[in-house]
Design a protein around this ligand. Structure first.
Ligand code: ADP
Ligand code: ZN
Ligand code: ZN
Length: 740
């Protein structure tokens, strides 16, 4: 065909990392077509960008003469592998987010910049499960292969080619032969930074409930199933995970284990390393580029049999995925709250379905969404109703703050309990979900209050540093000694934060060792870890902390938990607030009495008559969930409907609301009477002004998910095309967790 004829060209449809929800067409040579999933360098405006090819087409809807050409093809194959590429495409569609940005974020930093696709460490060869069954006799006539195998086994079952070749002549051919027989496996990426410790012992003997759960999960290996492991705090869920991971590894699979942001502690990593006895890649947001690169390669090449990570690890490349475990599946940190607002649990379920592997959703307080599916039979429910070993669930007592004085937030009943606990030489935890000293500073003379200038919020006093801080925008200014309004020095500090509780307890119990854990004490790298270690080793008597202390941690010496005030969460505008509050209560309470001695939980409240407390006192989470579900059903909230929230914010008052009003009209026009989806009226956000921007939101409610997504597609296309839509910031949140 003559050059220049339109048929001499093919079209590569490329996902480019720009905030636009579509692919871009480029010309490419049909004789050298890039593979789907390969990175390409493409001109984009006045720059060049690195994109990923998603489709090859014969024609474009744009005039061919106007199309630019792919400048360079960087990979021979899908850089993320086909299954992960497809999963990311699906996720971008589901959350209506630009696929180019989604794919880009899933790459390690060096790969995003176009570095060649290569691990930082050379490949290794590992003996496979089959070797144990192969008799040495089979290798009698292949002495070199026999030597190679002996050498690799002698090195713990894994070795680099260079090391093998250094000791055995003719090793390269022998290694290739062993790989083709399936006795050695090539793994890219080498052993990850921290090698496996030898597996130490089998762990405790499983209880009958644990054994049953373990067996049912193991029976599900090899096909897709969602299993809900509902076990009270300390019931031994992690023990079950460890057994399941081992079983998956024995079948040659990899295991993906996700935990909430604040539960991924060195304690947990060490427990997995010790017990599973294979190399583990740890992935979380605090890794350096280099560490992330190594972990990513270890997962992709198979050198890491287990990936243990937080939210974003759901996108770890794992070619031999055998099982996915989501611990504390109800935890809000699985939902990304900005940009690409995905829910890692929901993506994990889709990933498991595509890979045909089971996924386990573990929690002491499963989300209502999950419980509904368990009850309908879509998910399989496994229960661990009692604590492991000899530990019993703690006793829960409500303290009525209407009848008890509570200076500095602490009632005399709670203080007495602390005193007795210290007298017995045990640890206690005072939980208060607010950092700083006092959330309100006001003047007795004129009524002035310390307000943030950029937010509709009050400033919190941080007493030790004598600062007033805004917990919403980070504003930070010196605390005044006199009222800026009238000059009076009668400034009152109202309400209680962690610092105030700490100060009061230090005064009352001068000999006790206090440790406060909140965002102010853990800002440095490794600070939280150091504090948790101290606590676990018993070098603290009283812990004071926010939600950072509420989950995942196992403090065997802790017998008393005091909850200073739960009431802020009871009357929030967010329909999920009660559920979240009570999940948190159950989790904090679950820290008590995990060792030999029984625990006690004291909950201070102004509203002891709230119906949610009764099931909490009885440790009846199902009862609690039933109450919440009833309210949700009446209000047509999830899981009885599906939501999407359109948020907008602008530096000018009214602009966001005006945009959303237009969006509403546009949405209703697009709907055109179609049933099953409703576009509500826009409203200002509960805290309208934040960091100087005015915020508003608009809710879309759908009875059926199938009706929602096509509508959102059309609607967003129209909104994108509106002339004014670039002047302000707006975003869509599918399945929003927070309603502000
Ligand atoms: P969860 O993940 O449900 O909070 P864990 O698996 O961490 O529970 O177990 C809580 C504690 O009980 C741990 O110290 C663990 O070692 C111990 N444990 C778990 N299962 C058993 C068992 N079958 N027998 C004795 N102790 C156990
Ligand atoms: Zn004043
Ligand atoms: Zn502020």
């Amino acid at each position: 065909m003559p050059a220049g004829s339109p048929h001499a060209e093919s079209i590569a449809r490329v996902a480019v990392p720009v905030p636009v929800r579509r692919l871009f067409d480029y010309l490419c040579d049909p004789a050298a077509l890039p593979a789907r999933g390969a990175r390409v360098v493409v001109p984009f405006g006045r720059h060049t960008l690195i994109g990923i090819v998603l489709e090859i087409a014969a024609t474009s809807s744009h005039p061919t003469a106007r199309l630019k050409r792919v400048a360079r093809v960087l990979d021979d194959e899908a850089v993320l592998g086909e299954p992960l590429t497809a999963l990311l495409e699906w996720s971008a569609r589901y959350y209506h987010y630009p696929v180019g940005e989604v794919l880009h974020a899933a790459l390690p930093a060096a790969a995003r910049r176009g570095a060649p696709l290569a691990p930082s460490t050379p490949a290794v060869y590992r003996v496979t499960e089959r070797v144990e069954r192969c008799a040495a006799a089979e290798l009698k006539r292949a002495p070199v292969q026999y030597e190679v195998l002996r050498l690799v086994v002698g090195r713990g079952g894994v070795a680099r080619l260079a090391d093998i070749a250094g000791e055995v002549g003719g090793a390269r051919r022998a290694v290739a032969a062993l790989v083709s027989k399936g006795w050695l496996r090539r793994e890219e990426g080498g052993p990850p930074a921290a090698p496996a410790a030898a597996a130490s012992g089998p762990g405790p003997v499983l209880s009958q409930d644990q054994q049953r759960a373990r067996q049912q999960i193991i029976d599900a290996l090899g096909h897709f199933q969602v299993l809900v492991l509902h076990g009270v705090t300390g019931s031994g869920k992690t023990e079950v995970y460890l057994h399941v991971v081992k079983a998956a590894l024995q079948r040659g699979g990899q295991a993906l284990v996700l935990v909430p942001e604040i539960a991924l502690t060195p304690q947990l990593v060490a427990r997995f390393r010790q017990r599973v006895g294979v190399s583990i890649a740890v992935m979380h947001s605090g890794l350096s580029d280099r560490e992330r690169h190594d972990a990513w390669w270890a997962a992709r090449g198979g050198a890491a049999a287990v990936v243990l990570g937080t939210r974003s690890a759901v996108f770890a490349p794992m070619p031999r995925l055998g099982v996915i475990i989501i611990d504390e599946e109800h935890d809000a940190s699985y939902k990304q709250q900005e940009g690409f607002r995905y829910h890692a649990r929901d993506i994990a379920i889709m990933r498991a379905r595509r890979a045909e592997v089971p996924v386990i959703l573990g929690s002491a307080t499963p989300s209502l969404e999950t419980l509904v599916h368990a009850d309908s039979g879509r998910y399989r429910l496994l229960e661990l109703p009692s604590r492991a070993g000899r530990a019993a669930l703690p006793r829960v007592t409500l303290l009525d703050l209407r009848r008890l004085p509570a200076p500095d937030g602490l009632s005399p009943v709670l203080l007495d309990a602390v005193e007795r606990c210290l007298g017995r030489g045990e640890q206690c935890l005072i939980f208060i979900n607010r950092r700083g000293f006092a959330p309100v500073v006001m003047c007795a003379g004129c009524g002035w209050q310390a307000q943030c200038r950029r937010c509709d919020a009050r400033l919190t006093l941080h007493k030790r540093s004598a600062r007033l801080r805004c917990h919403h925008c980070g504003a930070d200014l010196p605390a005044p000694k006199q009222c800026p309004g009238c000059g009076s020095d009668a400034l009152y500090r109202v309400g209680t934060g962690t610092q105030r509780v700490e100060e009061a307890l230090a005064k009352r119990f001068p000999k006790a060792r206090l440790v406060r854990v909140d965002r102010d004490t853990t800002s440095g790298r490794g600070q939280l870890e150091a504090q948790l270690n101290d606590i676990a080793e018993g070098s603290a008597d009283i812990l004071i902390g926010t939600q950072m202390l509420s989950k995942g941690h196992d403090f065997p010496g802790l017998t008393l938990v005091g909850i200073v005030n739960v009431d802020q969460g009871l009357y929030s505008l967010d329909f999920r607030a009660p559920e979240r509050l009570f999940q948190q209560l159950v989790q904090v309470a679950g820290r008590a009495g995990r060792g030999q001695r029984a625990g006690h939980v004291l909950v201070q409240t102004l509203h002891p008559e709230n119906p949610y407390f009764e099931p909490i006192v009885r440790h009846d989470y199902r009862g609690l969930a039933a109450l919440a579900l009833q309210e949700r059903r009446q209000a047509h909230y999830p899981p009885f409907s599906h939501l999407a929230l359109l948020r907008a914010d602008s530096s000018r008052a009214e602009e966001a609301l005006a945009f959303l009003r237009e969006a509403r009209s546009c949405g209703r026009r697009v709907l055109d009477g179609r049933p099953g989806v409703a576009v509500m009226d826009p409203v200002p956000s509960p805290m309208e002004r934040r960091a100087g921007r005015y915020r508003a939101q608009l809710l879309v409610v759908a009875q059926r998910r199938q009706a929602l997504h096509p509508f959102l597609d059309e609607w967003l296309d129209e909104l994108d095309a509106r002339p004014g839509s670039r002047r302000l910031r707006w975003s869509l949140d599918v399945d929003p967790l927070e309603m502000y």
